[in-house]
Design a protein around this ligand. Structure first.
Ligand SMILES: Nc1ncnc2c1ncn2[C@@H]1O[C@H](COP(=O)(O)OP(=O)(O)OP(=O)(O)O)[C@@H](O)[C@H]1O
Length: 456
């Protein structure tokens, strides 16, 4: 009787909201038991009491059948011989058959590979049986359970779905899952800083000063300008500053100002409203808004067009931005780090970079030294990069012979640490399983063949 009460408690009596298939199956089992029991007047005293109290709410055979009639899930009930005693309208509409073609017919004739046949034959519950009932073009999936009373099999009840619906829903679910995956990948790509100060190798005094300045900057919200040749670690130190700051749990958004065409850069930085220009079909958030609360890294700032320099200056002064085509200003709580491999002071003198913007950006300055000026760091850098590269390529750790080290030390590394990384990767691959890298393995450096661009 507990089961009966549980089953009834799942029914929303006021609204007849649809139940899920398994609750429905349980409920229907009980209902069908009551239907047959009331007909036989064969209930225990306890069950009669319970039905009496339930009848205060609603219970009567007609009302129960009405309930089965309106639920939007297909239900079918057979007796112990497999003769169909009840079918609800949802079943008829999903399966596409007429009531008279099925009612009082044997399921062994009209649905011989269906779930009810299996239950009548075995006396056991079955789930998710797929079949095409006779006279129906629709593939169905049904679950069925036996109805026992006093140990005797009275019949069975099945709930059925049109499998097309299940397939469509599964497809939609998979599409949504894929979209979610792509989006979360995009978010983690744009919004996280990977490097920390532990990834910055350098013990020469110049480099130590830069790392020290980076650490000082990370304890403040001050704007930082990082200067240095290509591949000297500007992005690494910008990441490290963010990761050591109290904004580290907030986004780190990076934008390469030279890589975005001028006509798109303003909208990339500040976003745009729907219809702001031809092709602006949707509102779009800019990098500044995405970085709000965290850090924005403006890479290659020296390549920014003078017109945009004005807008950037305004954003920095007011600590607010305007989306392209937007009316109201959006307040910013943001740390700005910019970087360039160009000489901004020279550009200011030449008039190609705004002086007022330069001073706004250059509150704290970090000038990374080129690798040729810190060759004493080479052994440590080689060790660090070699370990990283061998781990990535699944190769054993390799060492440089003294003639190979001489070549490395004499080379002047125009591509700086990025070039060193590329050289090491190339040489680890080309020397296969050799444990030593010899001078002859580095012929491509001594012949001055450029290796800077491999990964840039
Ligand atoms: N001090 C360092 N210690 C270890 N690895 C470094 C260091 N500096 C840079 N690297 C490595 O060198 C590569 C280039 O660094 P990064 O991208 O930061 O240079 P960049 O100055 O921003 O270059 P670009 O101006 O071309 O954008 C990265 O793979 C980085 O891991």
């Amino acid at each position: 009787m507990k089961l009966m009460e549980n089953a009834f408690s799942q029914i929303s009596w006021n609204s007849f909201k649809p139940l899920d298939s398994s609750s429905l199956l349980n409920t229907s089992l009980i209902i069908s038991k009551i239907i047959s029991e009331q007909e036989n007047c064969n209930l225990t005293e306890g069950e009669k009491d319970c039905i009496k109290s339930l009848s205060d709410i609603l219970i009567s055979r007609e009302v129960l059948i009405k309930m089965l009639d309106i639920i939007p899930i297909a239900v079918q009930i057979v007796d112990s011989h497999g003769i169909i005693q009840y079918i609800n309208p949802a079943f008829l509409s999903i399966v596409g058959v007429k009531k008279n073609d099925r009612l009082k017919k044997s399921v062994f004739d009209v649905s011989k590979d269906g779930s009810l046949v299996q239950v009548i034959q075995t006396g056991k519950r079955v789930s998710n049986v797929r079949n095409y009932p006779s006279g129906s073009p629709t593939e169905l999936v049904s679950s069925a359970a036996p109805i026992y009373y006093n140990g005797k099999l009275l019949g069975a009840i099945a709930v059925t779905n049109d499998i097309k619906e299940v397939i469509v829903l599964t497809k939609k679910l998979n599409e949504s899952k894929n979209k979610l995956k792509t989006l979360s990948e995009k978010i983690s790509n744009i919004a996280s800083a990977t490097y920390t100060f532990d990834d910055l190798i350098g013990s020469c005094s110049n480099m130590e000063r830069c790392i020290e300045m980076g650490k000082i900057a990370s304890h403040t919200d001050a704007t930082v300008l990082i200067q240095g040749e290509t591949g000297t670690g500007k992005e690494v130190i910008a990441n490290a500053i963010h990761n050591s700051s109290n904004r580290s749990k907030q986004p780190f958004i990076s934008i390469n100002c030279s890589a975005v065409p001028l006509n798109l850069l303003e909208s990339e930085l500040f976003g745009h409203e729907k219809g702001a220009f031809t092709g602006a079909f949707k509102k779009k958030l800019g990098k500044f808004e995405l970085a709000n609360g965290g850090t924005i890294f403006l890479d290659e700032i020296g390549d920014m067009d003078p017109l945009l320099q004005v807008k950037l200056l305004r954003a920095l002064q007011e600590r607010k931005i305007h989306r392209v085509g937007g009316e109201s200003p959006i307040p910013l709580n943001i740390r700005i780090i910019s970087a360039t491999n160009r000489n901004l002071k020279e550009m200011v003198k030449e008039g190609t970079f705004r002086e007022d913007l330069f001073y706004r950006l250059n509150v704290l300055n970090i000038e990374l030294p080129p690798l040729r000026d810190r060759k004493e760091d080479l052994p440590h850098l080689i060790d660090f990069i070699m370990k990283k590269t061998c781990r990535k390529l699944g190769k054993p750790f390799k060492i440089f012979t003294s003639d190979a080290m001489k070549i490395i030390a004499q080379y002047n590394w125009p591509g700086n640490i990025r070039e060193l990384e590329n050289v090491l990767e190339r040489v680890v691959i080309s020397t296969r399983d050799n444990r030593e890298i010899k001078g002859t393995d580095l012929k491509f450096i001594s012949s001055n063949e450029t290796v800077i661009s491999a990964d840039t």
